[in-house]
Design a binder for this molecule. Structure first.
Ligand SMILES: [Fe+2]
Length: 317
């Protein structure tokens, strides 16, 4: 019984006010705020996709929430030895969850029954583009608004792991995820990373909802949010720069997944990404197999060696 999608991430932050200001400029909108927690939503009517909490201890990831389509799946996953019982979620929107830790010890939740928001937030339509050989706009100007680019939804989380095989098997056995593309070094048997899609009910699904990259320590590499189109991407980049936030890498286009990407550091140094125009795959498709090298990351964009991408916290830029 596979998970349908990612639902949310929860991060603990050093300074909640500063975090709120960053994510407002990044394009998320608060749906509730307390002294200790901010629920942030995207323009889609899905439930809150980012929960920012005031750190009581060490800041960082508090949970990656995966969405199940039924309580039955929660009951099944609650049987695994590393899982909690099914329990209510004490947060606006309610719902039910099972907490469980990955083999690397990262906190996951499988959730069901969270109330969606009543309506979408206003967001401009995709731009109509006059391509070289396909004109669609006659006598109309292209003037998208310069603003914090609205985020449409949470798309994926990429995780660093020192033990790819064990964690890949866990994603498949606990959440029914399947690889879209796998990464190897040297010999094809030497797998060290991969991109995993959800095999829930959708006919077409994101190329990856979770990704595993090789790393010396287990941690989130980045969390990624979809925006409307390329102009939203570049205007969002300009907005974040103008507001003084710290860029990591972008704008460019990845190879695996094809996303147009733009990575930023949040105030605690976590990486967050805007993406647009990503690939869709059919659940259960045959995975591709790719050698990891410095040309494997991007079709275009600023230069970025794999070693610097994988370790954005220790690379002076
Ligand atoms: Fe990404």
């Amino acid at each position: 019984m596979p998970a349908a999608d990612i639902a949310y991430v929860i991060f603990d932050h050093e300074d909640l006010d500063l975090t709120g200001r960053f994510f407002a400029d990044f394009g998320l909108v608060p749906s509730y705020e307390t002294a200790h927690e901010i629920g942030l939503r995207a323009a889609s009517a899905l439930s809150d996709c980012y929960i920012a909490r005031k750190a009581q201890g060490r800041p960082g990831l508090a949970a990656i929430g995966m969405r199940a389509d039924s309580m039955e799946m929660l009951a099944q996953v609650a049987e695994f030895p590393e899982a909690s019982a099914v329990e209510p979620i004490e947060r606006p929107g309610g719902g039910w969850r099972v907490r469980l830790r990955s083999p690397d010890g990262l906190p996951f939740e499988l959730v069901h029954g969270i109330e969606p928001h009543r309506a979408e937030l206003p967001c401009r339509e995709p731009l109509r583009i006059n391509h070289g050989q396909a004109k669609v706009r006659y006598g109309e100007w292209q003037r998208p608004e310069f603003e914090a680019t609205p985020v449409l939804r949470l798309g994926h989380v990429a995780i660093l792991t020192p033990d790819f095989r064990r964690n890949a098997e866990w994603l498949q056995s606990r959440f029914g995820m399947a690889p879209s593309d796998l990464l190897f070094d040297g010999q094809p048997e030497n797998l060290l990373g991969g991109f995993f899609h959800c095999k829930g009910a959708a006919r077409w699904t994101d190329h990856h909802t979770l990704a595993l990259f090789p790393g010396n320590e287990a941690r989130v590499h980045h969390t990624s949010f979809e925006v409307q189109d390329m102009d939203a991407q570049f205007l969002g980049n300009k907005w974040l720069l103008k507001r003084g936030w710290r860029p990591f890498w972008g704008v460019g286009r990845h190879i695996l997944g094809s996303q147009v990407f733009d990575y930023w550091y949040d105030p605690d140094g976590n990486l967050v990404e805007h993406f647009t125009d990503s690939d869709l795959v059919q659940p259960g498709c045959t995975p591709g197999l790719h050698q990891v090298d410095d040309d494997a990351l991007a079709q275009w964009g600023p230069p970025m060696p794999v070693s610097a991408f994988i370790d954005p916290w220790h690379t002076p830029r």
